[in-house]
Design a protein around this ligand. Structure first.
Ligand code: BJW
Length: 247
């Protein structure tokens, strides 16, 4: 994105229409260099767990303890890590917009359930696959902060009914905030995908939805599986490529 120096800024800023609307889709690869595992890389989570054991509603129904342990282990990892230069660069871009140094807006649509974008300072973040540090009550719909565990027999702190589960989106469930995401995709000028394998829908289909009206860029350690899916790609580690793109 083109950043303008404050000197270039016109006086009538409020009347000016933002010239660039960016949607950034992030996946597990952006948090890899912070120390969190991806799913499908050789050493990823799916090399140690079977999807059908931990990542479906049926799995939680069958063995909630196993699923709870899977997420508790990942919570323990999350507390050990910090945002990296890629998270920080995206937060800088949002900050530049707030400070009036860049005429644009950025929405981060993340498939990640970690909170590293927020810890880096980003505010416009949508967690389409939920959040590790929240639980969801299947009775009243509340999503309170995670406390001790999220087993079906744990009482909800709001309605007190025993109906808690992790606030995450498993296979076969509908991702969260889809209306807001769809609206942002429909009006974006630029779509940037960072550190996602593009194998899980609906996120994998976003690039096709925006191609007729937005520039598309893929940033990944690997070249895109379908080379024609994106107009441009930057192949390399997110901590190196994202700051290069932002700054
Ligand atoms: C680096 C790097 C570095 C590494 N720097 N890069 C057939 C066709 C179409 C759809 C379906 C189908 N059959 C079934 C479906 C639906 C299904 C689906 O997509 N299945 C596919 C497997 C085919 N999808 C669903 O069920 C979804 N729901 C749905 O579709 O509902 C219908 C509906 C939608 C919309 C409106 C109305 C109705 C739900 C999907 C839920 C996914 N849940 C998970 C778990 C979340 C909780 C948790 O974290 O435990 O989400 S699965 C897992 O995969 C997680 C991730 O968010 C998601 C994507 O993974 P991600 O982030 O891409 O990670 P990896 O590991 O795959 O890739 C890492 C990448 O990083 C790699 O490319 C590396 O190269 C790169 N990398 N280091 C840069 N340093």
């Amino acid at each position: 994105p083109r950043r303008r120096s404050p000197m270039e800024r016109p006086l009538e800023r409020p009347l000016e229409r933002p010239w660039e609307r960016i949607v950034v889709l992030t996946g597990a690869g952006i948090s890899r260099e912070s120390g969190l595992e991806t799913f499908r890389d050789g050493d990823g989570l799916w090399s140690r767990y079977a999807i059908e054991d931990v990542c479906t509603p049926h799995a939680f129904h069958r063995d909630p303890l196993l699923v709870d342990r899977f997420y508790n282990d990942r919570r323990a990892e999350l507390w050990r890590v910090r945002p990296n230069d890629a998270h920080l660069a995206l937060a800088r871009l949002e900050h530049a917009a707030r400070a009036g140094e860049w005429d644009g807006e950025i929405l981060i649509v993340t498939q990640n359930i970690d909170d590293l974008h927020e810890r880096a300072g980003s505010r416009n973040v949508v967690h389409m696959h939920g959040e590790l540090l929240r639980v969801r009550c299947t009775a009243c719909g509340a999503t309170p902060d995670w406390q001790e565990n999220c087993l079906p027999q744990t009482p909800c702190p709001i309605c007190h009914r025993p109906a808690l589960r992790p606030d995450v989106v498993w296979f076969g469930e509908i991702p969260l905030h889809m209306e807001r995401i769809q609206a942002a995709l429909d009006r974006c000028d630029r779509f940037v995908s960072i550190g996602t394998s593009g194998t899980v829908y609906p996120a994998a289909g976003f690039v096709a939805q925006v191609r007729d009206h937005a520039d598309t860029l893929d940033i990944n350690l690997e070249a895109p599986a379908v080379p024609t899916a994106f107009e441009r790609s930057m192949v390399g580690a997110a901590t190196r490529m994202v700051p290069r793109w932002v700054d």
